[in-house]
Design a protein around this ligand. Structure first.
Ligand code: NAD
Length: 276
């Protein structure tokens, strides 16, 4: 595949661009993931709470692509935090995916007020030691949550998957990640396809390069070093979002996009999000 990989802090190679399946119903996931795999994606980002691990697993199985060419990420849902419940939830996810290991397992949210993410992560360390996840990491952790995890556990998470796009550039988190060799993975990289793709600065840069606004935004992430996992169920957009390796943004483009940061969250605030 033509997607470059980044090397995680444990030596595992991860495609820098993958396919996200949040809000894709299970019946549709098989087709959407199948289309993505056919287009050349090799990394798939799902989660227990998305309810589409089975459809995703069916697409992986019927693709005929060798397991070691695929990179499968799933996430532990909030209700399953805690040592024993994490081990059980992981078994369930593997069974639904139809796999004997995942490439990356993430704690979906920190739930800081519950104080269970350290025990949860200790179960992740066991899963990792047993070879059932090639890598372990977190999602939606603020720098203070990462500090606590690093103090109280031994395996440094390979990455933190956080909301990140030109209107929420997350400088503080990115700097914290860089200090600890934790990769940054951007969720809602396209700003959920809402206002961001119509912002005049993005539209103007798209015109200049003869590309689409979505391609400009994805290119910006890649040049920053982020891992990205755009989602679409539309075959033409699935292909378009992968076709971002044949051009480059210049310094002027990057400066213009840097100015779009407005700290605009589309999703919940990880400091207070507590839904199980
Ligand atoms: P996204 O930023 O990838 O936007 C997806 C939407 O943008 C699509 O539904 C479509 O409406 C539009 N779109 C996609 N491609 C387009 C194109 N080429 N042109 C125009 N519009 C286009 O949003 P997302 O789905 O929220 O995020 C991507 C993935 O990140 C998810 O599928 C999921 O895997 C992950 N995610 C993780 C968390 C978390 O808490 N860890 C939260 C949200 C999302």
């Amino acid at each position: 595949s033509k997607v470059p990989t980044i090397t995680l802090n444990n030596g595992v190679a991860m495609p820098q661009l993958g396919f996200g399946v949040w809000q894709v119903p299970d019946e549709e996931a098989e087709r959407a993931v199948g289309t993505a795999l056919e287009a050349g994606y090799r990394s798939i980002d799902t989660a227990a709470v998305y309810g589409n691990e089975e459809g995703t697993g069916r697409a992986l199985a019927s693709s005929g692509i060798a397991r070691d060419e695929l990179f499968v990420t799933t996430k532990l849902w909030n209700a399953d935090q805690g040592y024993d419940s994490t081990l059980r939830a992981f078994d369930t996810s593997l069974a639904k995916l139809g796999l004997d290991h995942v490439d990356l397992y993430l704690i979906h949210w920190p739930l800081p007020d519950r104080g269970t993410f350290v025990d949860t992560y200790k179960a992740f360390e066991k899963i990792y030691a047993d070879g059932r996840a090639e890598a372990i990491g977190v999602s939606n952790f603020l720098p203070e949550h990462l500090e606590r995890l690093l103090d109280e556990t031994s395996v440094v998470p390979v990455l933190n998957q956080i909301e990140l796009h030109p209107q929420l550039q997350q400088a503080e988190s990115r700097a914290a990640h860089a200090r600890h060799e934790i990769a940054t993975e951007a969720w809602s990289p396209l700003g959920q396809g809402k206002g961001l793709l119509e912002v005049p600065t993005i539209v103007a840069i798209a015109r200049k390069h003869g590309r689409t606004p979505a391609q400009i935004v994805l290119r910006w992430h890649l040049q920053l070093g982020n891992v990205v996992i755009p989602k679409s169920v539309t075959p033409s957009r699935i292909k378009e979002n992968l076709d971002v390796f044949g051009f480059e943004l210049d310094g002027e483009d990057l400066t213009a996009i840097a100015a779009l940061d407005e700290g605009k969250r589309l999703g919940p605030d990880p400091a207070t999000f507590d839904v199980v």
